[in-house]
Structures are given as C-alpha cells and as structure tokens.
Write a protein that binds this ligand. Sequence first.
Ligand SMILES: CC(=O)N[C@H]1[C@@H](OP(=O)(O)OP(=O)(O)OC[C@H]2O[C@@H](n3ccc(=O)[nH]c3=O)[C@H](O)[C@@H]2O)O[C@H](CO)[C@@H](O)[C@@H]1O[C@H](C)C(=O)N[C@@H](C)C(=O)N[C@H](CCC(=O)O)C(=O)O
Ligand SMILES: Nc1ncnc2c1ncn2[C@@H]1O[C@H](COP(=O)(O)OP(=O)(O)OP(=O)(O)O)[C@@H](O)[C@H]1O
Ligand SMILES: N[C@H](CCC[C@H](N)C(=O)O)C(=O)O
Ligand SMILES: [Mg+2]
Length: 491
Amino acid sequence: MKLARLCAAAGLDCGGSDAEVTGFAIDNRKVAPGTVFGAFQGTQVNGEDFIPAAIEAGAIAVVARPEATVEGAVHIAEPEPRRAFARLASRYFTPVPEHIVAVTGTNGKTSTVEMTRQIWRMTGERAASIGTLGVTTPDESVSTGLTTPDIVTFLSNLSGLAREGVTHVAYEASSHGLSQFRNEGIPVEAAAFTNFSRDHLDYHADMEDYFAAKMRLFDEVVSDGATAVVWMGSGESGWNARVVDHAGKRGLTVMTVGEQGSDIRLTSRAPTQLGQVLTVEHDGQERKITLPLIGAYQVSNALCAAGLALATGTSASGVWDAVSRLQPVRGRLERAVISPSGAPVYIDYAHTPDALEAAIAALRPHVTGRLITVFGAGGDRDHGKRAPMGEAAAKASDVVIVTDDNPRGETAADIRAAVLEGAPRAREIGGRREAIKAAIAEAGAEDIVLVAGKGHETGQIIGSGENMRVLPFDDVEVARECAAEIAGERA
Ligand SMILES: CC(=O)N[C@H]1[C@@H](OP(=O)(O)OP(=O)(O)OC[C@H]2O[C@@H](n3ccc(=O)[nH]c3=O)[C@H](O)[C@@H]2O)O[C@H](CO)[C@@H](O)[C@@H]1O[C@H](C)C(=O)N[C@@H](C)C(=O)N[C@H](CCC(=O)O)C(=O)O
Ligand SMILES: Nc1ncnc2c1ncn2[C@@H]1O[C@H](COP(=O)(O)OP(=O)(O)OP(=O)(O)O)[C@@H](O)[C@H]1O
Ligand SMILES: N[C@H](CCC[C@H](N)C(=O)O)C(=O)O
Ligand SMILES: [Mg+2]
C-alpha cells in the first residue's frame, strides 16, 4: 500500500510520497525495509534517539514530533505522534472484526472481557478477547505480555483475527494503554466501565489524572453513537456517575447496570454453595438467573459483559442463557485445592486495596471458621497502595500472612514492611511458597485460605533491567503441591 494513500485516509501530511509501506514498528529493532517507524518519547528512553538506526534499517517514514530530526525518510511531523501513528497504522491493518468492544476500570477488566467472549461463543459467534490473559481465540490463547498490547501488536492481532473469521472481539483498555494511544483508530461499538479505585499512582500523577486517562475511552476512542455500559452498584463512589456524564456529553447511548442501574437492574443476589441466584430486570422483564460463580464482584463483571453483548446485537434470551453457563475465569477466585484438613484454597488476582476487599467479601459468606489471607504487593509499582492493601486485608480477614509478589527491582523486605504498616498484626513470611504452605497447614476444616495477587501468573519476577529473572511460580500449582506435602508429612 502506498504511503500517500494511507496518509490521505488518516488526514496526515507525508508530502505525497509514493513509497510502498510494508509494515509498522515502534521499536527500531523491528524495522524492515518499507516500515513506518513511530518515534516516541518514553518513560525509559527517547524513541527519537533511534530514528537514524530505524532509517538505516529501511524505514521509509517516521512519525515523530515536529522538533525531531529525520534525515533520509519522510518526516510525518505531529505534536502527538503516538496518536497520529495509531491513526495511520489503523488504515493499514484492515479489515478488523465487525464487532469490537472495550472494557476499562481499575478491577474487573479481564473478567469482563473473558465473560463477554464466553457469552458470544455460547450464542454461536466466532469471538476473541485481548487482555491480561493474552489473545484468546476460539482455537488458542497467546500471551502478549501486557494487558493492552502496543499499538502495532494490537492492530495486527485484530486484522489477523478478522482473517481467521473472528467477528467479535472484547479488549481490555488499561489506563497505560489509553494514555499511550495503544488502542486507537478502530471502530469500537461499545465500552464498559467497571469501577475506579486506587492503582498505578506510580505512573499517573493523581487519581484525577488516572481517571482522565480512562475517560479517553469514552471521550475519544469509541465510535460516534457507541454504547457506554456503566456499572452502577449500590454503594458506588461518584466516579461511575462521572463516566455517565462523559458518555452523555459525547452523545453515546448510556446503559447503566447494577443495583442502581436503569437498563439492567440487579434487584436481588443470594449466594449459594457453588454460585449465586440473581434477579435481574431488563427490558421490562424480570429474570431469575443462576450464576455458577461466587463473589459479588463477578456479578458486576457478568452483568457488564451481558450489557456489552446486548449492545452488539446479541439476543437477550441468548445473553441471559449464556450468563447462567459462564465458566470461571482463570486465577479469579479459582479454587486450587482442598487442604488435608478440608479447607478450600482460593487463588485470586486482587492486587489493589479495593480488589482485596472484594475478594475477601466474596469468600466471607462461605466461611464458618477463619479466613486466612496470604498476599503481597508488587515491586516497582504504586508504593502508596501497599499500606491500604494491608489495611483492607487486616480489616476483613481473621489471619493475614504478608509475603512476596514480584519484588522486581526493589528489596522484597521493604515492600513487605510497607504492607505491614497497614496490617501491623499480620505475620510476615517472605518466601511465597513457605507462606502458602503455612496458611494451608494452619487451616482447619471450617476455614478458607485466600492467596491473592498473582492469579493466573506463572512466574515470580525478581530484579529489573538486565538482572531481571522470572522464577517459575504458579499459585494454583504451588497450593496443590503444598497441600500434598502437608498430607504426606501428616501420614
Ligand atoms: C510504563 C509503560 O507503560 N511502559 C511501556 C511503554 O514504554 P515507553 O513508551 O515508556 O517506552 P520506553 O521503553 O521508554 O521507550 C520509548 C520508545 O523507544 C522505543 N525503543 C526503545 C529501545 C530501543 O532500543 N529502541 C526503540 O525503538 C520503544 O519501543 C518506545 O516506543 O511502551 C513499551 C512498548 O510497548 C512497553 O513495553 C512498556 O511497558 C512496560 C514494560 C510495562 O511494564 N508496562 C506496564 C506498567 C503496563 O503497561 N501495564 C498496563 C496495565 C497493567 C494492568 O493493570 O492491567 C498494561 O496495559 O499492561
Ligand atoms: N468488579 C469488581 N469489583 C471489585 N473488584 C474486582 C472486580 N472484578 C475483579 N475484582 C478484583 O480484581 C482482581 C482482578 O480482576 P481482573 O483481572 O478481572 O481485573 P483487571 O481490571 O483486568 O486487572 P488488571 O488491571 O491487572 O488487568 C480480581 O481477582 C478481584 O480480586
Ligand atoms: N498488571 C498489573 C498486575 C499486577 C499484579 C501483581 N502480581 C504485581 O506484580 O504487582 C501491574 O502490572 O501492575
Ligand atoms: Mg486485566
């Protein structure tokens, strides 16, 4: 495809160059002859420093700020080069699946995109999801390493999925992804907002800045006339109402969901041993739905997923039938094993104060004895969330064990100390395996063990930069191994 044609379609100036475009890259090491290179200022390095190397490798055009120096290739000069690059690349990676929806919010994105994909699949569509768990298609699941992949990976995946016949895609729009324009230029038919609470304040200046990043989804990314599915629970903070305002100002169709929702209203929720029975009002009809998952938080995600599927034209009967057949999401309240004494051990991905509170609240109705919570906080991430995570765990658990969770470039003991500030009576066991084993060994028949923070992850990240190592570590497997060891030791 000719550069001039792509530029014209994207409304960009490339001086009428008739060079042939063969691909796009944001990393000079991935440039081949005919590539358009995006040179962006990053958090670690300035991508503009790699422009000469990119041109040397065959880049025919560079999208960069006007003040950048580009010699030997077309300079597509834009004050916001990431946005312009996305616009241009999205004209190249076509076609994309017909129905694309996005999910944002602090917690619940992965669960919601997974459930949306499941609902579509159960109603006969060829569906995929893109997010923390990778790119999941009807045939396979492949990790991208990020929740919202970089723009080139994202767009090339979308067009690849369309070529495979996938018609429906749900993707996670993380705040990093939104602020770095990693998902742009494609028609997004609907977007959901789950909830908003503290996270990522190492990257965003404050909560307003973090919220503004998320609002780009509704203000700019979704298509004109798209549907905004907004969770409206019983005790919502003001953030969700502000999302409704953003959507209204943009002229979107607003669908509110939850106890205070007006489009999908949750009127009752009764936990059972293996799930919960919901009463939901939708389109003038009251329905009783058996959700085969535990936890109030999964109800929010399931109903947001239902809203997204409805917004893409899936029939109401198909959607509600599918909700009653949803499968658990990997690492989200996943029951790994029953301890030798009979205590269930759950693995959950809670890594914010709000998520820990939600995960503990999910298990509380099922505990007759003690709730034993094992968790830690990630290194090189928001320091300010650590003590509040400690507080959230201490407030609602009977026993708390603070351990390690991806210390990355930090000293693990310092991270634990910061968490312990919020949970002074908690026990401290650095090694995650030892901590899990201690919790399982201590649990009695009436107790429940919650191991939070790593969910589906399969490694413990230690060190950073050149010294980074990922040691194999899967909470589900480790919990099973520990339970077997304890059983063996007791035999
Ligand atoms: C803070 C952050 O979001 N960083 C991501 C971002 O980096 P950046 O733009 O700051 O890049 P940089 O490393 O400073 O480099 C600047 C530019 O130079 C280019 N470069 C760099 C080196 C080189 O030799 N040649 C070259 O061309 C880079 O490709 C980049 O375009 O873009 C990079 C390329 O896509 C990502 O790999 C990188 O993710 C890092 C590894 C990361 O850990 N990100 C996490 C925090 C993240 O994005 N998480 C979110 C949310 C998680 C959640 O809660 O779900 C996610 O969506 O996953
Ligand atoms: N609707 C919700 N409300 C509150 N907490 C939730 C909700 N959904 C999930 N959680 C909590 O957050 C954890 C992560 O859930 P999930 O992976 O679906 O979120 P996410 O937004 O994709 O997270 P990430 O930002 O890491 O990608 C869960 O394991 C659970 O503890
Ligand atoms: N995507 C999130 C997940 C964090 C999970 C937790 N295990 C950690 O390492 O902090 C992040 O990168 O902040
Ligand atoms: Mg996620």
